[in-house]
Design a protein around this ligand. Structure first.
Ligand SMILES: Cc1cc2nc3c(=O)[nH]c(=O)nc-3n(C[C@H](O)[C@H](O)[C@H](O)COP(=O)(O)OP(=O)(O)OC[C@H]3O[C@@H](n4cnc5c(N)ncnc54)[C@H](O)[C@@H]3O)c2cc1C
Length: 425
């Protein structure tokens, strides 16, 4: 049986693990911390704008497991907030648990507190990876899904210092890139002003610390929009990783979403000022703990790759999620993770790898971002199905589609129905 080793248990790594396992491989998923989902532990927004199309394309392709799971663990479905339609908000507590149960059911070996710090290579082929405890994991093919956030020195150098986010670098050690360990030169994202990295775009308030009225609105509607008095407005739009939320409504209002926490759609907001706003008098942050001051910094280390997501320069390494480019979001991580997992098995079997066709939004996005990343302007942008440049491109190409039977027909006409459900071994 072919052995696939996936490093990094965020949304991308979990998707890669499921996909490789369904393709018939023996899968080990290595995660640095004691929890799966990475930045997804404090996320929640699914199916907004073009992400709806991407999710349905993946379901038709047989790679819909995690989208269907999020539909099941949703706290709210089909809601709206400024600039975003037909949104699902998954529950940030129930979802990681449901995923770990799914991985167990599929027989995936998940190893926690396994921070990979070393690779053993024969020329351009990885033979094994080693964690900080000296444990060695051999494999035929490896997937790098270690993300691009942190570590602490990047948050200090390019952000407002370690904001104590869910990635918990002080406890588990910072992110280590497998591609970097293979001595492949990685790409670094920039902001519009040319400075390095981007700041995560939301912080989480302990919901019960808000007024009962705001809590009720969140529980009932999923969204609460509270205008910020002019003298308290803070403008963080330009530094956001999530450019789809960089519109004036997100500067002039506190936009809260109910994911279990009250997700506040701004990178940070001074706590003293926040507590001056009616309903927020006793507010306190849950993630990052220092969201009054800053947030995590991301997009530091992306792998050069082809459109099958194979890392260029290493024979048996694929990449997924933020590692595979300037693609922001859970949906984007699941799409690339699913493709990387499937292709890791194809590669191990000596079969031709799969590229998703540009007739589908999921294939077009992977190819589009790769091309954009060859330009310096492109490196200053972020891409997502849910807004900003890529959503506009998606609409121009006629790829934004909400009719599920039509999406299924398109996938069928391309001969790809259930491709990710078919065993390769
Ligand atoms: C605060 C915040 C809120 C967000 N909210 C949303 C949202 O609501 N909706 C949305 O679509 N997107 C959201 N995003 C963006 C989205 O979370 C990410 O783009 C996406 O989930 C990235 O997934 P990933 O698996 O590529 O990386 P990550 O989530 O960063 O996961 C990488 C994983 O790899 C592990 N790792 C790193 N190095 C090693 C190593 N050497 N060995 C072993 N493990 C390692 C890390 O511990 C981590 O678990 C949010 C991001 C942040 C930061």
């Amino acid at each position: 049986m072919k052995k696939i080793v996936i490093i990094g248990g965020g949304w991308a790594g979990c998707a890669a693990a499921i996909s490789a396992s369904k393709a018939g491989a023996q899968v080990t998923l290595l995660e640095r911390t004691d929890m799966l989902l990475g930045t997804g532990l404090v996320g929640g927004i699914m199916r907004n704008n073009g992400r709806y199309t991407a999710a349905e394309e993946m379901i038709a392709l047989g790679g819909g497991d995690l989208f269907e799971l999020c539909d099941q663990t949703a706290r709210h479905t089909n809601i709206e907030f400024p600039g975003h339609k037909h949104v699902t908000l998954y529950d940030i507590v129930r979802t990681p648990y449901a995923i770990s149960k799914l991985l167990t059911r599929l027989g995936i070996n998940v190893v926690y507190e396994a921070r990979i710090t070393d690779v053993h290579m024969d020329s351009k082929t990885i033979l094994s990876v080693k964690d900080q405890k000296g444990r060695v994991y051999e494999g035929d093919v490896f997937v790098d899904s270690t993300g691009t956030a942190g570590p602490m020195n990047n948050c200090s150098k390019y952000g407002n210092g370690c904001a104590m986010c869910v990635l918990r670098c002080p406890s588990y050690g910072g992110r280590v890139s497998v591609t970097g360990l293979c001595r492949i030169e990685e790409m670094v994202g920039t902001k519009a002003d040319g400075s390095v990295g981007a700041m995560s775009g939301s912080c989480k308030i302990y919901k019960e610390s808000l007024s009962e009225e705001i809590q009720r609105e969140l529980n009932e509607k999923g969204v609460a929009i509270i205008p910020i008095p002019e003298e308290l407005v803070e403008d963080h739009l330009g530094i956001k990783a999530c450019q789809q939320y960089a519109i004036s409504e997100f500067r002039d209002n506190l936009i809260l979403l109910d994911t279990g926490h009250a997700k506040l759609m701004t990178p940070f907001f001074n706590l003293d000022k926040l507590r001056k706003i009616p309903g927020f008098e006793s507010a306190r942050y849950e993630d990052p703990y220092s969201a009054g001051k800053g947030n995590s910094m991301r997009f530091f280390a992306m792998a050069p790759r082809d459109n099958a997501l194979k890392v260029i320069g290493v024979e048996n390494l694929f990449c997924a999620g933020e590692k595979s480019g300037l693609l922001v979001g859970h949906t984007e991580a699941i799409v690339t993770g699913t493709l990387a997992g499937n292709n890791s098995v194809r590669y191990a079997m000596g079969k031709e790898t799969l590229e998703l066709p540009v007739e589908l939004a999921v294939g077009d996005a992977i190819a589009y971002v790769k091309d954009e990343m060859n330009t310096s302007e492109g490196m200053g942008k972020k891409f997502t199905f849910s807004g900003s440049v890529y959503f506009e491109h998606m609409k121009e190409q006629g790829l934004y589609e909400l009719d599920i039977p039509s999406i299924r027909r398109k996938v069928e006409n391309l001969g790809l129905t259930d491709i990710f459900n078919k065993p390769l071994i």
